[in-house]
Design a protein around this ligand. Structure first.
Ligand code: MTE
Length: 303
């Protein structure tokens, strides 16, 4: 991890991030330490090979500047309104083209491999970006447990849609339940994550507790929150955003500085906490890992 020099540090960096960094170093030490002959449990996060070295965005920004339209369309709404979301008990329905469909409790889902930490860039279609230290597990490890059949070409995800817990559902800004999808190979790609926490804490409701998808090379809206249903399907699913405006929000939605959104450019981005804009990178900087998924595809057509 690159630690910024003092002159580069903003006030935000020196608060939440410094505490986080110190805690990580401390935990790493503890991981290998022996106290009075007792080996302490190894609780340090192994740094994932997928992580970026960029400085994580401040915890307060990640948890108060959100998109979660079930709780309102203003960035500050989810942090205020998502308190009404009940995340325990929680279950996920798995159906469609797989050998092991069923209703799985959250506890069962969490038995998926070891939770690991990955620091990922997130680029929103609206032109801002963040760097988020997620904890979670590879989606592939979860999906394999359900034994998808050869007919499973895509995976569709749905968010809870309960008007009692989500008062803004009655504003029909999108078609509910919030729906997203990935092609099977995208879903099985090792970068694709199910996040259960960030900054060493369980996910807050506004960030999509208790389970949310993270697909770092795609625009943020593909990263669906508070998942209650996973379906293996033959046909390409229609996402809520595609249903609203297909020419603005395509199924693939790979971060691509060369393909403008019809109403604005995607060339630059503003990293939350910074003033100067950055050039947006192809596939959000994950080109080396994911470009081969799209070889031979016209990325202007399949945006
Ligand atoms: N998931 C649901 N269920 N509802 C939403 O409105 N918004 C999406 C995505 N997942 C959204 C969602 C959009 S537009 C973005 S940019 C990211 O969540 C934002 O994630 P964050 O608030 O954790 O930064």
């Amino acid at each position: 991890m690159i630690i910024k020099q003092a002159p580069d540090l903003t006030e935000n960096d020196t608060t939440a991030y410094a505490l986080y960094q110190n805690r990580r170093e401390f935990l790493k030490l503890l991981g290998g330490a022996t106290v009075l002959g007792t080996v302490l449990p190894s609780i340090a996060w192994a740094k994932s090979v997928f992580s970026t070295d960029e400085t994580p965005t401040d915890f307060d920004d990640i948890t108060t500047y959100n998109n979660f339209y079930e709780f309102g369309t203003a960035k500050g709404d989810p942090a205020i309104n998502a308190k009404s979301l009940i995340t325990s008990p929680w279950s996920v329905t798995v159906d469609g083209e797989c050998e092991k469909p069923g209703h799985y409790t959250l506890e069962d889902i969490l038995k998926t491999e070891t939770i690991e930490e990955r620091i990922y860039r997130m680029r929103c279609v609206e032109g801002w970006s963040m760097v988020i230290p997620w904890q979670g597990f590879a989606l592939a490890d979860l999906l394999k447990r359900f034994q998808p059949t050869s007919k499973a070409k895509f995976v569709r995800f749905q968010t809870l849609a309960d008007p009692k817990q989500m008062p803004k559902l009655k504003q029909k800004v999108l078609s509910w339940p919030y729906t997203e999808g990935l092609r099977m190979d995208e879903a099985m790609h090792p970068l694709t994550l199910i996040a259960t926490g960030l900054y060493d804490k369980p996910l807050l409701n506004q960030n999509g507790a208790p389970l949310r998808l993270v697909v770092p090379w795609k625009y943020g809206f593909k990263s669906i929150k508070s998942i209650v249903r996973i379906s293996f399907v033959e046909q390409q699913p229609i996402s809520s955003w595609e249903r609203l405006s297909a020419e603005e929000y395509g199924f693939y939605s790979n971060v691509n500085p060369n393909v403008d959104h019809p109403r604005w450019s995607q060339y630059n981005e503003r990293r939350i906490g910074e003033f100067r804009k950055r050039k947006t990178l192809m596939f959000n900087g994950y080109e080396e890992q994911v470009a081969s998924l799209y070889s031979g595809m016209d990325l202007r057509k399949y945006y």
